[in-house]
Ligand binder design. Sequence first.
Ligand SMILES: [Zn+2]
Length: 452
Amino acid sequence: MKAMRHFFSWAGTLGVLLCGSVCALQAQQFEVDTLHMSGDVYERINFVIMGDGYLDSQLEKFDQDAYRMQARILAEEPLKNYRDYVNVFAIRVPSEVEGAADDPSMPIGNYFGSTYNYAGIQRLLVPLNDGVIMNVLSDHTPWFTQAFMLVNDTRYGGSGGWVATSSTSIPATEIAYHEIGHSFAGLNDEYWAGAQYARENVNMTANNDPESVPWWRWIGDQQIGVYEYESPGNGWYRPANGCKMQILGAPFCAVCKEQFANTILSSVQFVPGWYPEKLSVGSIGEDPVEFGVHVLQTTSESMHTTWYVNDELVAQGDTMYSFNPLATPIGDHSVSATVQETTEMLRNNTYSWSVTWFVSTTVTDVREAQVQALRLELQETVVDRELVATLHGDSRGKARGVVVDLHGNVICEVDMSVGTAQHIELPSIAAGMYLLQVQSGQARVTSKFMVR
Ligand SMILES: [Zn+2]
């Protein structure tokens, strides 16, 4: 079944624009069920299922039909991998009449006007009331990405176009998924639907050179080749024999899966946020700083995060990186995260996203305060050739004390630590004036003492 009703979508949109507030006043409110919720509707792909030809007493059946349909679709590739990129809703619309009409010229009064035999083709099942569909969607789920019409009729049928439509006949899920291929991913049928539908596309071409067909990167892999639509030839070629775009019940071929992935990844931000939010982090203290990215992970966990400090790879896999300033030279640094979609579904495009923070490990305000707070306590006059000195302050790490005479000659050196009285032996020191200089990190403090 093909995307044959694109022209209607303009009329539908125009109808909504013209209606304005009058329609809003008349709008009928229906219940909206959430069938699958992965995130904010403005940050996800939103599928909305409506039902036609369900009586009020059959709305529970609609609930079950809709739930089953979306559950099956989200359990099969390519959407399986992107479950968390998708929300699914169902609008519970009751009809006065059950099922679909047999013929477009004889409407039966179901809510959305669904009928078989559209354009004289029996299996072509189409909801004709585009204006009504648009009103229901804009009143209930204005942020919808793709709408489906599930028609409560057991006769085989469906159609593509701006609303993917299928009956509740057994392959309803298959029809729906195939139609999503048209309506959402923009794919062509891979069966011969007629010359009027033939066009150059990712899965259809008039070129038969395996080295330059749009899917040349897939040739020879997963049964991808160059297959003519009809034999003897009509000059159009497809990538597979037996893709879901050709046969219901089959999986999508690799080329069609890739096109789904392209459509999803180019419409959903797969890294919706990061922290710290401010990229210019500035000076940091001595405590580790956590950098992180919020990644919309795929089912196969194919979103891969890599961390760099000053362009050097430092970590992979985690969405968080702990930057330790004590293990980093003092100065300016960059911390970067790159998130890449590594799914095997993609060959023609790569999707990656990066963020870079700037951070300084120069002396911080806090440390400067510590420098000023560093203080030496010692007796002014040394007797018995022993100096007792105590270093005060919040200094971290080691401190080094040096005793020098007034000419700058080093008498002795000693390790010191804050808060501990240090006994410094000076056995052969001459009487006179001396200095004790203590260095700790960037901080330095000097005191004089007298030896008698
Ligand atoms: Zn295909």
